[in-house]
Design a protein around this ligand. Structure first.
Ligand code: MRU
Length: 345
């Protein structure tokens, strides 16, 4: 069953986004009519999750082309969009795909060029939904008939153009009538788990419980978790995965207790140009995300803060990386090279 809401809709030269900053307290929508609006929506996390950021940015490039008839201005706008958030590679991936369409059709009449750019942005969005369904079907194979699954952050329809990655696998297993139970980490400091994953799990009627992030270790030690499924924002060529802060710690605990640990990502999240996780740029966000909870100050005024939004899980801690082209198992570097050459996994 597909979700009852849309993460992003593009109509009449306007991008409409469900406002993920205030869900689930309010289900409201924000409209973006310019590339500057789209950049702000990505930076301020109105739209978030690597694949959803990519889709939104693609429409941002179309709006930039609409606003900027001059080539240099258009390229400047694309650069500006690409800097909205640094870690998720899908942002640059989608912008580069749009730029390739632009360069390829630069000699076309302007109206035709704009049509082609809009068609490419629509393709990026539609392909994402298809890709998610495909990798969910592939991933559901690793979910036992009866399983308790732990997940982190939000990897559902809200994090993508629709359906989801790791949460897509979970939904597919559930609709396949597997007897599953999900523990969702609240995912501090932005509470993507408490606000967004909990909302999506309840919408889908999947048996589940929300836990404070720090409760995961005890559940794993006590044998309450059969597997961990989560997303990824950038996968390096050796299989190291940058994902929401807290993923690395979970991976260490799972390794210690022999619990299967999978990252679920579209191939567009693999950055073949980055040899290992140490080269992945990690976004640091505002101190206020940590000193305040939903606008209420909880730390003393003036306290210094370190707030990385992501961390890197070394490939040695992963059981596998689930993609729409199949599951990448160790040796990750060799198998990612095979994937890049177009060989089947
Ligand atoms: O900061 P966010 O909310 O954009 O971070 C999102 C994540 O880390 C997700 O796990 C990741 O993008 C995968 S979503 C399919």
């Amino acid at each position: 069953m597909d979700e009852s809401f849309a993460t992003l809709i593009f109509k009449d030269d306007t991008l409409t986004l469900i406002d993920q900053r205030i869900l689930p307290a309010e289900v409201s929508y924000v409209t973006c009519k310019t590339f500057e609006d789209v950049e702000f929506a990505i930076r301020d996390m109105i739209v978030r999750g690597a694949p959803a950021i990519g889709s939104a940015a693609a429409y941002g490039v179309y709006l930039a082309a609409l606003q900027c008839p001059d080539d240099a201005d258009f390229k400047k706008a694309c650069k500006f969009l690409s800097l909205a958030r640094p870690t998720a590679v899908n942002l640059g991936w989608a912008i580069n795909r749009m730029l390739a369409t632009y360069e390829h059709n630069i000699k076309q009449p302007r109206a035709e060029l704009l049509n082609l750019l809009l068609a490419e942005a629509d393709s990026i969005r539609e392909e994402d939904i298809k890709t998610n369904k495909l990798m969910s079907r592939i991933g559901a194979a690793v979910v036992p008939q009866k399983a308790t699954i732990l997940t982190h952050c939000n990897t559902g329809a809200l994090a993508t153009a629709g359906w989801g990655t790791a949460l897509g696998v979970i939904k597919t297993a559930f609709y396949d009538k597997k007897d599953i139970f999900v523990y969702a980490d609240e995912t501090r400091p932005r509470f993507q788990g408490a606000r967004l994953t909990a909302w999506e799990l309840m919408e889908a009627k999947i048996p589940s419980k929300l836990i404070p992030d720090s409760a995961a270790a005890t559940l794993i030690r006590d044998g309450k978790i059969d597997l961990v499924l989560l997303g990824g924002d950038r996968v390096a060529a050796n299989g190291d995965v940058a994902n929401k802060l807290g993923t690395f710690a979970l991976s260490v605990i799972c390794k210690a207790y022999g619990i299967p640990f999978y990252s679920v990502v579209p191939v567009s999240t693999i950055d073949f140009s980055i040899p290992d996780g140490s080269a992945i740029p990690i976004e640091e966000r505002d101190a206020e995300e940590v000193t305040h909870v939903q606008g209420v100050q909880v730390a003393p005024k003036g306290m210094d803060v370190y707030n990385p939004a992501f961390d890197v899980t070394p490939h040695q801690n992963l059981t596998g990386i689930i993609t729409e082209k199949g599951i990448i198992y160790p040796p990750f570097k060799e198998n990612i090279e095979r994937l890049e050459r177009g060989e089947t996994l």
